[in-house]
Each structure stands twice: as C-alpha cells, then as structure tokens.
Design a protein around this ligand. Structure first.
Ligand code: 2NL
Length: 340
C-alpha cells in the first residue's frame, strides 16, 4: 500500500515538466509542502509494520531526494534558457542608467567663471591651508583686526600663523607675487569661517573673487565690468547699483545690488520690497596691497570684487536654506541640470 503510493509519486516526479517558476513552485508544494504528498508519507510512516520499516523508509527518502533534485534541475534549466533568450533579444528595453547631475554650487561657479573668462579673466587656484601673510597681512588687515580672532578664523593646531583661508584673496596675493601686471584673474574656491551653522551661514562656503591690475584702471572700468556680469548672469534687463562700503583691502569700496529679477524691481518678499538684491562687494585695490606684493602703486592701479557662490545660487534657484548645499540629499541634487 505504502510502496504503491511511493512508486506512483516517483513516476509523477520523473514525468514532471514545467515552463515557469510558478509551475515548479506549485509542484513543490504538492509534494513537499506542509500538506504535501511526500510529507504525508512521512506522517504515515508510523503505521508501517516494523519488519517493512527499513525498506519503506529508504524508499521514501529516495523519493524525497529525487523530487528535490528534479525541482532544482528544472529551475536551473529554466533560468539558463531565460538568460539565453534575454541575451539574444535585441528588442528588449535597456536597463535604465541613472546619470548624476552637477552640484548647484558647481553649476553657478562654472557659469560665473565662463562669463569672466570671456573678457580675459584667467582662473587661479591656491591652497586652502594658508599663512597669516597671504590671508591678512598682505591684504592690509591691521594687526588687531577682529577677523584674525579665533572666534572667526580656524587655526591649524596652536600655530597662529597657519590657518584655513577665510577668502580666496589669498590666491590673488600669490598671483600678484609671481606675475607682473597686467593681471586679470578670477579665483573661485572653498573658504572657511568659524561660524555657527544656520539657514544663512555655514563654516564652509564658496567664493569667487576677481582682480584686475594694469595702468589706468578706474572705478568706471569696475562698474562697467560688473554691469556686464549682472546682465550676462541675471539677464539683459538687469541693472546694478553701488552703495559705499568698507573693506581693509580696497579703497574706495562698495556693495553691489542687482535689480530683483523676480519682481522686476517692483518689490517682493525675496528683495524685501526694496527691488534690489545684494550680490557682491568690490572696490579699488588699496595701494598698500599693491605695494605689499611689490607692485608700484604710482604706476599701476586695480579693482577687485568678491561674491559668495551660495548666495548667488540661492537667488538663482530660490533656495531658502544654505544647509541644503552641504547635505547631498539626492532629492535636492537631482533637481538641478544645466550646461555648465
Ligand atoms: C565680498 C567682498 C571683496 C575683494 C573682495 C580683493 C582681493 C585683492 C585685493 C583687493 Cl588681492 N581686494 N578682493 C575686494 C573687495 C571685496 O569681497 O563680499 N565677498 C564675498
């Protein structure tokens, strides 16, 4: 009786064919599942007379192994033939490859660089770990200037001479040290300030600074260059205005606003109903700065400007929180695309 059931199931296993994984699975459940026919055989084994137990036990085990082997073999065959089919079917859709996108800070940095490259500014780069001379002294910062304080600047260990640059002017000091005028250079880069992190401030951010030194460089040259930049970056309708300001390294100095491109100067909550957005600081290079780098301030004059890339990117893309630039959340990053 038991032997007949085993023989019949063995035949079923031998005959079994399948075209799909679903078929294989339902066959497996039929035989080896909790209520499967082979599982039942094991349950009924206790009813087998003692003198037949040995023979019947062996046969059930053989059947169980045969079923498991057959299922495995058909599975293998099926997946092999699937691979062959996929390999040969040129009409199947390709696997999507997700392309990355450039970081908004890179997009804006590259676009600004392009605009100034077109009028002869050459990119210069320099070290992020600097010395006091290139960051402060050569730029006419007095000995007791608060920017030199530990509260504002990161120092490397306890050496007050080695620090993380707080602006990329240090790169331009190095250019002036090694190059004779005319000088026309643009220094984009990462800068560091000891600030508490918030929606508007970060201890690491990015700057672009520009420097032009030649004979007879005037404030009018500076204004026209910045107007050209504003129109290229923000659009032909852009206007600029200059307000007097102060920097240790320029005299006179000015803050530059661009007309608000969102409301066209009428006033909105982005420009706080003034019609203007502050975009950069600038001025005529202080003669002390030229002389520190061995440039004769009686023969040469120059202008310089600096802008924060995060600030410009926030204006361009309407980003409200600066911290988004540093978190690398893909949901943020994948929204940016551009040619730069
Ligand atoms: C700002 C203002 C400025 C400069 C940067 C500069 C560099 C040299 C000599 C003189 Cl080597 N000046 N750079 C000048 C005026 C303003 O930056 O608001 N930056 C974010």
């Amino acid at each position: 009786m038991m032997i007949d059931r085993i023989e019949a199931l063995l035949k079923d296993v031998e005959k079994f064919k399948a075209e799909s994984l679903d078929e294989i699975e339902s066959f497996r459940i039929q035989l080896l599942g909790k209520k499967g026919k082979i599982t039942d055989l094991f349950k009924d084994f206790k009813t087998v007379p003692n003198d037949q137990k040995r023979e019947v036990g062996q046969k059930i085990n053989l059947l169980k192994n045969a079923a498991a082997d057959k299922i495995e073999a058909i599975k293998q065959k099926l997946s092999a033939s699937r691979e062959v089919t996929i390999g040969n079917d040129l009409s199947l859709p390709g696997e999507p490859k997700n392309l990355g996108s450039r970081h908004p800070i890179s997009l804006v940095r590259n676009e600004i660089s392009e605009i100034f490259n077109r009028i002869g500014f050459i990119i210069s780069e320099g070290p992020e770990i600097e010395d006091d001379w290139h960051v402060f002294s050569a730029l006419n910062f007095p000995e007791e200037h608060p920017a030199r304080d530990m509260q504002d600047t990161f120092f490397i260990e306890k050496n007050p001479d080695i620090l993380l640059r707080t602006h990329t002017s240090s790169v331009q000091v190095r250019v002036m040290d090694h190059q004779k005028p005319p000088i026309r250079t643009l220094s984009p880069g990462r800068v560091f300030r000891n600030e508490a992190i918030s929606a508007r401030a970060h201890c690491i951010f990015h700057q672009v600074e520009g420097l032009y030194i030649d004979k007879d460089v005037s404030f009018a040259d500076l204004k026209q260059t910045l107007l050209y930049f504003a129109k290229e970056f923000f659009g032909e309708q852009a206007e600029i205005r200059l307000r007097p300001s102060y920097f240790p390294f320029t005299e006179p100095s000015a803050e530059v606003d661009v007309s608000c491109s969102l409301c066209g100067g009428k006033g909105c909550n982005v420009c706080k109903y003034t019609g203007w957005l502050e975009i950069l600081g600038c001025g005529m290079v202080d003669p002390n700065v030229l002389e520190s780098s061995g440039i004769d301030s009686k023969i040469y004059s120059g202008y310089a400007f600096g802008m924060g890339i995060e600030r410009i990117a926030m204006l361009k893309y309407g980003i409200k929180d600066l911290r988004l630039f540093f978190e690398n959340d893909q949901r943020f990053l994948e929204q940016f695309s551009g040619n730069y």
